[in-house]
Design a protein around this ligand. Structure first.
Ligand SMILES: Nc1ncnc2c1ncn2[C@@H]1O[C@H](COP(=O)(O)OP(=O)(O)OP(=O)(O)O)[C@@H](O)[C@H]1O
Length: 448
């Protein structure tokens, strides 16, 4: 038996309690005893137990009644009924009420070993099931977009709806928040998914080049136009056009594009014959276009055309809950790419990453993890592997909520005490049951 569990023995006979206690302790389990059903219930309120051995015949509350009460409060707890030869019907009744197994008195160590083996096996299966179920229930990604914070879940709900319509979408958000990923996801979920997705970075192209890229040109339309070329507005033919950094396009280009959106046709440079075009427009910007409209750098009529549906992506600072998940995702990605085994990250490293304010958002986090993985000499990333992050940028406790500070403090104490509940609870000045409740409520976990 290699796994250690918390066991409670409930029997009114001291000799049974003592012998079972000694036997279980020998195998390193944490054991407590109770001489009656009432005493057992009181102890259960204080500390959770995984397995109970309960005698059926006890004065006051009998084993069956105790079993029922315990199972009502905690259906996951495993109860082994101890019963005397000749009262097999009550054992059957107990099994129907939810007991996991039974032992017939007087029992031999072999029989006890067998029951424990079955219990541990069942326990392992249940844990694995809970783990997998937890994984399935958590929505951690949508396409290639990772995140399980509430703004991300809202986004995941929104993308398929937005994708079904043909209206123009404007995605806003700071640099590196995943605007490109969202644009691709909208295309992938839309009816145009099988048609081209054409992305143009408007910030990277000078006006004249952008004009011929988008609209195409006739042979000889300008010096160097040695042959005719189709523009992206034509090439996209039925698909999605993604204009990244749309805030950077010139007022002239805004007028030209507005005309295309209204007339659904283009004139390639140097041509007088229009060509019909069909595309869905998705644009992105990191600027506040409303400010640009006020400064007359952006046309209001064009803005309304491109902004029928607006999606605002949160900065990483606004969804710190996702940092650990993203860091692990990128750790796996780069561990795989570099064929190194880097598959662990310490709680301290996660805390450091969480306290950093990430002006470059997910892109910056991805680059940081990639660098840490490439330079790491062990399979575990530690806070030291991220020492290149500017400490000035890590936000102090003043930028955190009281709840986050509390969670962080409890985690630190638990880590320092190697997750010894009694010692940690003492240091924190709370009782064990409260600490257990907090751990469960806040889903606190040991380092991977
Ligand atoms: N939620 C996310 N999950 C996984 N990867 C992400 C996420 N958000 C961004 N990334 C990654 O971060 C990088 C930047 O993403 P993307 O180019 O979509 O950002 P952006 O907002 O368009 O940035 P910019 O405004 O600078 O163009 C990419 O490598 C992308 O894969």
């Amino acid at each position: 038996m290699d796994s250690k569990i918390r066991i409670m023995i409930v029997d009114d006979e001291m000799i049974v309690r003592q012998s079972l206690l000694t036997w279980f302790k020998k195998y390193g389990h944490e054991v407590d005893t109770a001489a009656s059903g009432m005493e057992a219930l009181k102890k259960l309120e204080q500390t959770p137990f995984q397995v109970m051995f309960v005698d059926i015949k006890m004065p006051g509350m009998d084993g069956l009644e105790l079993l029922e009460k315990v199972k009502q409060d905690d259906p996951g707890i495993m109860v082994v009924i101890i019963t005397a030869y000749g009262s097999i019907e009550s054992a059957v009744k107990a099994m129907r009420t939810g007991a996991s197994d039974y032992l017939l008195k007087p029992f031999k160590p072999d029989q006890l070993s067998l029951v424990m083996e079955r219990i541990l096996c069942q326990q392992k299966i249940t844990q694995e099931y809970q783990y997998l179920k937890g994984h399935l229930e958590q929505i951690t990604r949508f396409d290639n977009i990772i995140g399980q914070s509430s703004p991300m879940k809202q986004l995941y709900a929104m993308i398929p709806e937005v994708a079904q319509s043909d209206a123009s979408v404007l995605i806003t958000g700071e640099t590196g928040t995943g605007k490109g990923l969202v644009a691709r996801a909208i295309h992938a979920k839309s009816l145009r998914a099988e048609l081209p997705f054409v992305a143009i970075n408007c910030g990277a192209l000078p006006d004249t080049l952008m004009e011929s890229e988008l609209f195409g040109h006739k042979k000889g339309a300008f010096t160097g136009a040695t042959h005719a070329r189709k523009g992206f507005l034509e090439i996209v033919s039925g698909g999605t056009l993604f204009l990244d950094e749309i805030g950077d396009i010139s007022p002239k280009m805004q007028v030209d594009l507005l005309r295309v959106l209204e007339d659904k046709q283009v004139f390639s440079v140097g041509s007088e014959t229009p060509v019909a075009v069909d595309f869905r427009l998705v644009s992105a910007t990191r600027h506040h276009l409303e400010d640009r409209i006020r400064k007359e750098a952006f046309r209001e009529d064009f803005y309304y055309r491109i902004n029928v549906i607006k999606i605002r992506l949160p900065s990483l600072r606004e969804r710190k809950d996702d940092i650990a998940l993203l860091a692990r995702h990128f750790m796996e990605k780069y561990s795989h790419e570099t064929t190194k085994t880097v598959d662990r990250i310490t709680q301290d490293a996660v805390r450091l990453l969480t306290s950093y304010d990430w002006p470059g958002n997910v892109r910056e986090l991805e680059n940081a993890v990639e660098r840490a993985v490439v330079l790491s000499k062990s399979r575990t990333l530690t806070a030291g592997d991220f020492s290149f992050l500017q400490p000035a940028r890590t936000a102090g406790p003043r930028a955190q909520t009281l709840k986050a500070v509390q969670k962080e403090h409890i985690l630190r104490v638990l880590d320092e005490q190697d997750w010894h509940i009694t010692r940690s609870a003492e240091i924190l000045g709370i009782n064990r049951a409260t600490l257990h409740k907090i751990i469960k409520r806040d889903q606190l976990k040991k380092d991977r």
